[in-house]
Design a protein around this ligand. Structure first.
Ligand code: ARG
Length: 570
């Protein structure tokens, strides 16, 4: 596709050879007020080279520029040269490209770039999948899709929390307070109940903690009885997690969780030792990070058992070896900032320069009606309950608004869940979220349902026009009827998509895509309001239908990048 900004910069560059094209591109502004043109070039910086007043330079430069086919008019206002785009050329360029690429507009050639490991979701076995994990799951899934769209090959890893001292606690708790029947009947909620109970009891009787430690050490040594219980807890948990992934329509390429590294840590600990990085601290082994102003990274406890960080270091080495990644992205709550900063530094100290390719993407907390989520106290809000409620509430709204809709259950599921996902990624991910049903399910606000509804509206226009998407042809478009402000507005909004995908990846911010979708949706609704489509004369109708189709493709694809399904009716 033509790059207007680049072409404009090249054209300016001919008269301003001192400034590089890239510099000129960065200097060109997009005026917020379109009466000031579509592009503006401020001449202040040229005063030094030309030794003249900037307004004078602007005037002379504007007089000298040769004609550019997509620029219709040039105006000088003080030190600014304002460029007005030829709307027909502009609309044609963008619209033809979208119709050609369809729902892959803005995407790069698949598998044209290297591997990226995305580590996300990673709930903990025997603990409920709570709404905090939703963030990691949906943000990670979106970053996965965004990077795939940019041509990378992504490997999604669910680094399950399936190893660690808590399993010792769980085994003790199970033996003391539960039974096979109860766990089979109640699943994770029973495991959680006894885990919470264990903590209460251990406060009174610290010997419980010692027993728990012994059980975990036994697990690490391969004690079959403990391992069998552990495996069973894992199975029970995974069954519940899978239900949630199915609802969210999320899959992983690998389920290698923490336990996978159990037999791989020893050589890594030895490597740390050999490289002179390990120090003894009251029987525990640590890597000191004083030079980086961080507390030491704990590698083994005094009873010899390994830690979360030990497994993360081992996993990173394994993944580098297995996937030769260009980047490894870890999506977790920002409470883990120190953990990641510490072990990334350990990798660096081991002499691996790819430590620079490890990226921690932290996100803020979700609270509900002011309460925080904590596993220990047991007052958790289960993700599955939230999702099911979202579906139910959506179902009620559909019943009111569109009782004759076919496939009501399916649509309610897609819209309800899409609403929760969209809300999660509408703001910069580092911000805390106050979950609110009123906001999430508002069909008119800046929400998932609003975007989905607009997508359904594009589909309904095409249906009523009795035309298939595939039959929308570039040759049937009369671009001269697509130059009104509302139409140019939609095209302009859509045109940003390639750049939005790129920026969302660079900043690890799916919210850029979410905001982009709101812009496209609002622009489309203005276009829809201002222009008659189906009742217009044939050639105008076909041309406007092409805009509708381009909008449909873009919204569908943007929602896809967020992990949200775009229903054709709702
Ligand atoms: N299981 C952890 C938790 O729930 C998240 C794991 C994130 N991934 C990692 N490689 N540390 O907090």
């Amino acid at each position: 596709m033509r790059d207007f900004k680049l072409e404009l910069a090249q054209s300016i560059n001919k008269h301003v050879p001192d400034m590089e094209v890239n510099d000129i591109i960065k200097t060109i502004e997009i005026p917020t007020n379109s009466e000031m043109g579509d592009y503006a070039f401020p001449c202040f910086r040229l005063a030094k080279t030309f030794r003249k007043a900037p307004p004078l330079i602007a005037q002379e430069l504007a007089d000298n520029l040769e004609d550019i086919d997509f620029i219709e008019n040039v105006e000088v206002v003080n030190a600014y040269i304002n460029f007005f785009i030829n709307k027909e050329v502009y609309v044609k360029t963008i619209l033809d490209e979208v119709l050609d690429k369809e729902d892959k507009f803005g995407y790069k050639e698949p598998n044209s770039r290297g591997n990226i490991v995305v580590d996300y979701s990673a709930p903990n076995i025997a603990k409920p999948f709570h709404i905090g994990h939703l963030r990691s799951t949906v943000i990670g899934n979106s970053l996965y899709r965004i990077h795939e769209a940019l041509g990378y090959n992504c490997i999604g890893v669910n680094h399950l929390g399936d190893w660690g001292t808590q399993f010792g606690k769980l085994i003790v708790a199970y033996k003391k307070y539960s039974s096979k029947e109860e766990v089979e009947e109640k699943g994770i909620s029973e495991l959680l109940r006894i885990y919470v109970l264990f903590h209460e009891e251990a406060e009174k009787d610290p010997s419980l903690d010692d027993m728990a430690r012994d059980y975990f050490t036994a697990m690490e040594r391969g004690d079959e009885e403990s391992l069998e219980l552990w495996r069973w807890f894992k199975e029970v948990s995974l069954e519940e997690f899978e239900r949630v992934y199915k609802l969210l329509d999320i899959t992983f390429d690998s389920y290698n969780g923490e336990s996978f590294y159990n037999d791989k840590m020893e050589p890594v600990i030895k490597e740390l030792e050999d490289k002179g990085l390990l120090e003894d601290s009251e029987g525990a082994k640590i890597v000191k990070l004083e030079d980086k102003d961080m507390p030491p990274c704990l590698i083994t406890k005094k009873d010899g058992s390994t830690l979360y960080a030990t497994r993360d270091i081992t996993a990173a080495l394994y993944r580098k070896e297995t996937y030769d990644f260009e980047k490894a992205i870890y999506v977790t709550a920002l409470q883990q900032n120190l953990h990641f900063a510490q072990w990334f530094e350990v990798i660096r100290k081991m002499g691996y320069d790819w430590a620079d390719d490890l990226v921690h993407v932290p996100f803020g907390m979700v609270s509900m009606e002011g309460s925080k989520f904590s596993t220990r106290k047991g007052n958790v809000v289960l993700l599955e309950d939230i999702l099911n409620q979202a579906v139910e509430k959506t179902r009620t709204i559909i019943e009111e608004k569109n009782p004759n809709l076919e496939n009501k259950d399916y649509i309610a599921e897609k819209v309800g869940i899409g609403a929760v996902i969209f809300d999660d990624m509408y703001n910069s991910i580092i911000k805390d979220i106050q979950f609110s049903w009123d906001r999430v399910l508002n069909f008119e606000g800046e929400t998932g349902p609003y975007v989905q509804y607009t997508h359904a509206r594009t589909c309904s226009v095409l249906r009523r026009a009795d035309i298939n998407l595939a039959d929308i042809q570039i040759k049937d478009i009369d671009y001269s009827v697509l130059t009104d402000p509302a139409t140019v507005g939609v095209i302009k909004a859509i045109s940003r998509f390639p750049q939005v995908i790129e920026e969302a990846a660079n900043k690890y911010e799916p919210s850029f895509v979410a905001r982009f979708l709101i812009d496209v949706t609002q622009a489309f609704n203005k276009f829809y309001h201002d222009n008659s489509i189906l009742s217009a004369e044939e050639s105008t109708k076909n041309s406007r239908l092409a805009v509708v189709a381009a909008t449909k493709y873009t919204i569908e694809s943007g929602l896809f990048l967020l992990g949200i399904y775009a229903p054709e009716q709702m």
